[in-house]
Design a protein around this ligand. Sequence first.
Ligand SMILES: Nc1ncnc2c1ncn2[C@@H]1O[C@H](COP(=O)(O)OP(=O)(O)OP(=O)(O)O)[C@@H](O)[C@H]1O
Ligand SMILES: [Mg+2]
Length: 237
Amino acid sequence: MLLEVQDINVHYGKIAALKGMSIEVGEGEIVSLIGANGAGKTTTLKTISGLRPLTSGRILFDGKDISKTPGHKRVELGIGQSPEGRGVFPGMTVQENLLMGAYTRKDDLKADLAEVYELFPRLNERKTQFGGTMSGGEQQMIAIGRALMTKPKVLLLDEPSMGLAPMLIAQIFDIIREINKRGTTVLLVEQNAQQALKLSDRAYVLETGEVVKSARGAELLDDPQVRAAYLGGDLGV
Ligand SMILES: Nc1ncnc2c1ncn2[C@@H]1O[C@H](COP(=O)(O)OP(=O)(O)OP(=O)(O)O)[C@@H](O)[C@H]1O
Ligand SMILES: [Mg+2]
């Protein structure tokens, strides 16, 4: 397994956000986390990328315990995150924003930058526009592109479709599939469970900080409980 999250507990003060949570992500997979607001999806990603400390449990990456490894070192190891709410630097150009993702890298960035521009032609057209003046969907592209510039082995995506128009949502999901096809493992958090499950090899259902179900994406799409709770009942049949 590329990434193993083993029995982790994570707290915000006295509040337990994750309670004995375990997930695994194999190399080459797309794995989704679905669950209601407050279930602990963002906390899971932040804990994997090192932005939140563990109370207990451990996280293995490439078989090594990274539970205490600082966040910037995890980026160097190959854990790239596109955060919830995007976090684009408003006063930097599109290109500067992308290059921020690679600031610790010493190798040649040209090919990766070209690849990001190929995946997101819109960013290519707007290289010199300030990040803060890009539309919501375009800022989402910057955030994903910036994470790709870290050259991750696993890309953690928190709600990449949030706030996007339906056509752009479909495009973002296509791009995630393409990123995966080119060799990057993906751990995806999505409210848009229907599309996330369609795209995913496997998925975990999170409820109040615990995994209550895990199965292949296609299986969860057909699961009556999952349908009722996360897929809007009979919609999308
Ligand atoms: N900074 C914080 N301080 C205190 N509690 C927090 C903080 N961040 C998150 N929590 C709590 O931890 C729990 C899990 O939150 P988290 O953001 O991981 O949920 P989520 O599944 O990503 O939800 P959403 O779908 O709304 O993004 C929630 O009960 C939330 O209120
Ligand atoms: Mg969240």
